[in-house]
Design a protein around this ligand. Structure first.
Ligand code: IPE
Ligand code: IPE
Ligand code: MG
Length: 238
């Protein structure tokens, strides 16, 4: 399947939803869903980078609104994120990947922050692949942050798209080509509102921990069948 796929997205985003429901369906606590969800991140990210050669992967793992969950669930999520970001493991499992965190990760527990900083530092010179990890992320906050950064630099009274783009977490990166949200929910929940502008959207009815390599292949095939017009008309319509 891998080699048949031509015209792949250059930037793919995942809204990794459904961990809790996946666990509940099995009579397990929601935290078990997060454990499997974080494990599955590894599988899918590796497949995107090393299986398909997709250069940029963006993951929505924790929104600014997710702080509203019970403390026990938050503690558990933070534990798995902390483990996921252990620097020695990270560089071993993701060669040639630069980690770019989207969101104010300094609000998390100290060990998580320490691990995140170490991975950012250890991977900062990598150029082949980028992993944008959204934790404590909100697309609206990202835009507000960009505006405040621009105000702080006292730029000219008006700015253009290219200038604003430079103040986003994804400055200098291409916009999203494809966004996959698992679990069947059909909304963005504040995910990369600028970058999503012309992305193809795909909503498989599969909970994130169960979203496997075959489902990723299906998403990419679906992407290839879409007619991306960007406001223009295609040759056959002319
Ligand atoms: C996604 O799964 C993980 C996070 C948002 C942190 P959920 O925890 O949202 O699982 P559901 O949607 O309640 O099933
Ligand atoms: C979206 O999932 C955020 C992440 C996947 C991190 P949620 O489960 O928080 O979204 P809603 O509440 O269903 O919109
Ligand atoms: Mg959810």
């Amino acid at each position: 399947m891998t080699t048949e796929l031509k015209k792949l997205p250059q930037h793919i985003g995942f809204i990794i939803d459904g961990n809790g429901r996946w666990a509940k369906e099995r009579g397990w606590p929601r935290t078990k869903g997060h454990e499997h969800g974080v494990k599955n991140l590894d599988v899918i990210i590796k497949e995107c980078f090393y299986g398909y050669g997709i250069p940029i992967v963006s993951i929505y793992a924790f929104s600014t609104e997710n702080w509203n969950r019970p403390q026990t669930e938050l503690d558990c999520l933070f534990k798995y994120f902390t483990k996921y970001l252990k620097v020695n493991d990270f560089v071993k499992k993701y060669p040639h990947v630069r980690l770019n965190i989207m969101g104010d990760y300094t609000k998390f527990p100290a060990e998580l922050v320490k691990n995140a900083k170490a991975v950012i530092e250890a991977t900062k010179d990598e150029t082949q692949f980028i992993l944008n990890l959204g934790i404590n992320y909100s697309g609206q906050d990202e835009l507000v942050r960009a505006v405040n950064l621009m105000l702080g630099e006292k730029l000219a009274p008006t700015v253009d798209r290219a200038t604003l783009q430079k103040y986003l977490y994804t400055a200098d990166q291409p916009l999203l080509d494809l966004v996959v949200r698992t679990s069947g929910e059909q909304r963005l929940s504040n995910f990369m509102l600028w970058q999503v502008s012309y992305a193809e959207l795909y909503f498989p009815k599969i909970y994130w921990p169960a979203f496997g390599k075959k489902d990723l292949a299906q998403a990419l095939l679906e992407y290839q069948s879409r007619d991306r017009r960007f406001g223009a008309i295609t040759a056959q319509d002319a």
